[in-house]
Design a protein around this ligand. Structure first.
Ligand code: FAD
Length: 514
């Protein structure tokens, strides 16, 4: 198919929240962008899909970044910058843990309440608890006092240093540190250290010793500062509103537009090729696909870049980080009277600490209809549950074996959820089961992975790559870039990417954001 003219300042491959925040920020700065999404809805793992009157979240449902104050509320800000807003519902409790030895604790929105509760469970560690979470708060306060833009841009670094010098120095200090090392400085009780492991694992899929302190500081404090807030109508509303804002500013999104190749000329990215043969050209290409999918980093995998042009630094990165396992997810529509109104929305079950990082070692459960009843038909609830599972468990199965294994995992999840929601199996109105193969296929993610995790203990966030790549005019955004997984983290990555491109196009505001 004939190549078109360069109608767009930038092409963004993928409409995950990282891709959409890049697109919306560029559009807000006056650039004309084209987002190419291979699926039929926007949002990737942060999208929603509808079945039989239910609105299910694809993946994310515990949402940070919707606060009103400070600078870490990147979802609120990203929407506002394109004249959009999500109505949100505050969640009074971030999460209820159901842990070995009958340890059960909920994390209240109110910081003091949570700290007193935890201190009552571990009275001899009262001081250590205060110091650990207090240090997290210090890290957060540094982050929250400066506009969060591209660390790759020297002009920004200089400006932000003059605006908040102490915060910059504070953050630089925590960049190479992991949360587990800080916890061990203050806390000795092994069960409490395990608790801090699951506090990290539930969003970083790593124990505390491998979880960067910057991310821990952000998560463990923002849940009490901005709080956890659920977007009314489902998490997919965030992506839908970003798309609406982008389109109103004259930029475009195309669905069922599967990019199969990034076209290079003289070792620069100059355009993309779609699965239908169409070529679209632009001087700037942004990939919101994972680094494994963009560069084809495993032996037999074809990426978007021809193998001979893949930078060595990308292969090196794939030696430092590996893909985390994927999940088996179930989405259920259930009878409403099964769940009491006072039940918390998000739960985590761990039965054996030794299994934390293993297949089916942790069960995540969300019931978003407790916050927003409009997600289900009248008198019904939604339960979304998932457990870690590796692609190696699911490849090379016959159709019959695959279906049998799906049912087996389904029964496993139902039996575990039934421990906190009895009689579940007799009250199911609708069910969907997704495996790592489903995540790979519908989210276009290598091995269906949740994202990169360190191969070994690393120096905090230092080795995570930023948005620029060694290929001229090619940028990456999303969870395989600094600072990693989670909607607010990929929103940061989107802000940083758009800022870096903005400085190249000379469209950035001179002033830092208020
Ligand atoms: C089960 C689960 C639960 C989670 N829970 C939470 C949570 O509670 N809170 C939270 O903050 N985070 C959560 N996360 C993590 C969060 O959802 C992700 O980190 C984040 O959404 C990743 O965003 P992204 O921009 O990197 O891209 P993705 O969401 O991966 O989106 C990338 C998009 O690019 C498209 N694409 C890929 N390749 C191509 C191509 N070649 N051509 C065209 N389009 C392409 C894909 O179709 C997809 O739409 C969860 C994730 C999962 C899987």
């Amino acid at each position: 198919m004939k190549a078109n003219k360069k109608n767009f300042d930038a092409i963004i491959i993928g409409s995950g929240i990282g891709g959409l925040v890049t697109a919306s920020q560029l559009a807000a700065k006056g650039a004309k962008v084209l987002v190419l999404e291979k699926y039929i809805i926007p949002g990737g793992s942060g999208g929603s899909f509808r079945r039989k009157g239910y609105t299910f979240d694809v993946g994310a449902s515990m949402i940070f970044g919707f606060g009103e104050k400070g600078f870490t509320n990147l979802l609120t800000r990203a929407l506002k910058d394109v004249n959009e807003k999500c109505e949100t519902i505050p969640d009074p409790v971030q999460l209820q843990y159901h842990l070995p030895n009958n340890l059960s604790i909920s994390v209240d929105r109110e910081y003091k309440e949570f700290i007193s509760k935890l201190s009552r469970l571990f009275p001899e560690e009262k001081e250590g608890i205060r110091k650990f979470y207090g240090t997290c708060k210090k890290v957060f306060n540094c982050l929250d006092s400066m506009p969060l833009l591209s660390i790759e841009d020297p002009a920004y670094l200089l400006k932000v240093f003059f605006k908040a010098p102490l915060s910059c120095i504070g953050l630089a200090r925590w960049l190479p540190i992991n949360a587990g090392d800080v916890a061990r400085k203050f806390i000795k009780n092994t069960e409490l250290l395990k608790f801090i492991d699951i506090e990290c694992f539930c969003w970083s899929v790593m124990p505390a010793l491998k979880t960067p302190m910057i991310n821990a500081g952000m998560v463990f404090t923002d849940r009490h500062a901005g709080g956890i807030n659920y977007p009314k109508g489902g998490v997919g509303k965030i992506a839908e509103k970003l798309v609406s804002g982008i389109e109103k500013l004259g930029s475009k999104i195309r669905y069922k537009a599967h990019v199969t190749e990034i076209i290079l000329k003289n070792e620069r990215a100059v355009g993309v090729k779609l699965s239908n043969g169409e070529e679209i050209h632009s001087d700037i290409i942004v990939s919101n696909s994972t680094r494994w999918d963009t560069f084809g980093l495993s032996n037999n995998q074809k990426g978007l870049i021809a193998r001979e042009y893949v930078p060595k630094s990308e292969f090196k990165w794939s030696e430092t980080y590996k893909p985390s396992p994927s999940f088996v997810s179930i989405h259920l529509g259930v009878e409403g009277d099964l769940i009491d109104k006072s039940f918390n929305c998000h739960h985590i079950i761990v039965e054996d600490w030794e299994e934390l990082e293993n297949e089916k070692g942790v069960i995540f459960i969300s019931i978003p209809t407790l916050l927003d009843s409009s997600l289900a038909p009248k008198g019904k609830h939604i339960i979304h549950a998932f457990t870690p599972s590796s692609i190696s468990e699911w490849d090379d199965l016959s159709r019959k074996e695959y279906l049998a294994k799906k049912e087996n995992y389904y029964s496993f999840l139902i039996s575990k959820i039934s421990k906190i929601i009895p009689k579940l199996d007799q009250n199911i109105d609708h069910k969907e089961i997704g495996t790592p193969r489903t995540h790979r296929k519908f989210l276009g993610r290598y091995e269906g992975s949740y994202g990169p995790i360190p191969n070994k203990k690393l120096l905090g966030l230092l080795p995570m790559p930023f948005n620029t790549t060694k290929i001229k005019n090619l940028y990456c955004v999303g969870d395989s870039c600094f600072p990693g997984q989670g909607l607010n983290a990929v929103a940061f990555s989107g802000y940083a990417c758009a800022h870096k491109i903005g400085s190249k196009l000379n469209i950035n505001d001179f002033k830092l954001p208020d």
